[in-house]
Design a protein around this ligand. Structure first.
Ligand SMILES: [Zn+2]
Length: 252
């Protein structure tokens, strides 16, 4: 079920990990689909709903190279599925498929991975719909990028600014500092937005997104200080396990 968050942006949310899929619609019904997810059945019903609305998929974008953000279905048309060059190069399709089988067994996706790298230094997605500015936001995964839709006053944050997940760090060196810089970059963007869409969690407004930014900084401060964060998002068993794993990995 797509829910409208601005004049030309719609979001649907899978019950699994509250994973969002975003659809940006041009005036002629051409759609940019961002991080479509999550189960094969979810992807088929997304395509059905787009068809029912008279829309058609023109392009797609993957915010980062984690399997649940690189999915596609044979029910969806074969269109460019862009990612930043670093994101597209980070994992093989086989590695992404193995992640999927490990994290959410029992499904058979048509496509995991297979994204197309954008030309280096691309600042906006090369499509004719609402402007989609690529905001480099590393720290969670290699080449992670958020999309800012300035005409819609919407930020598609990727796996940042979530109300259900604490900051989950890339396991490369310097991830904490990179994540902090990404949050600072997003703070400027959020200030000019009416809606912020996280990859997992609930769509929110600029004021609540500012609270999420503060909570994320606080979490990183506690993590790096070796203190136990008092963060309600750690009440979820899966998120707590991720937290404990990255706390054990520090310093990163
Ligand atoms: Zn992720």
């Amino acid at each position: 079920m797509l829910e409208q968050v601005s004049a030309r942006v719609w979001v649907t949310t899978s019950p699994t990990w509250l994973t969002t899929s975003t659809v940006v619609v041009d005036d002629d019904g051409a759609c940019l689909v961002v991080d479509p997810a999550l189960t094969p059945a979810d992807l088929v019903s997304l395509q059905r709903e787009l068809t029912d609305r008279g829309w058609h998929v023109a392009a797609a974008f993957s915010t980062h190279p984690h399997w649940d953000h690189t999915l596609w279905s044979e029910a969806l048309p074969d269109v460019p599925r862009w990612a930043t060059p670093a994101a597209a190069a980070a994992c093989t399709d086989e590695e992404l498929a193995a992640q999927a089988a490990r994290d959410l067994p029992g499904h058979r996706w048509d496509v995991v991975g297979g994204t197309t790298p954008l030309p280096p230094d691309t600042t906006e997605l090369p499509w004719t719909g609402p402007r989609a500015v690529v905001v480099a936001t590393p720290g969670h995964a290699p080449g992670h990028a958020s999309l800012h839709l300035p005409g819609e006053r919407v930020l598609l944050a990727g796996d940042m600014l979530s109300d259900v997940e604490v900051p989950l760090l890339d396991d490369g060196p310097g991830a904490v500092d990179a994540y902090r810089r990404s949050l600072q970059r997003l703070a400027d963007v959020v200030a000019g937005c009416d809606a912020v869409v996280p990859g997992h969690g609930r769509v929110t407004d600029a004021a609540a997104a500012s609270h999420r930014l503060a909570a994320d900084h606080r979490y990183l401060d506690d993590l790096t200080a070796g203190a136990e964060p008092l963060d309600p998002r750690l009440g979820d068993q899966r998120v707590r396990a991720e937290h404990e794993a990255q706390a054990a990995r520090l310093p990163v």
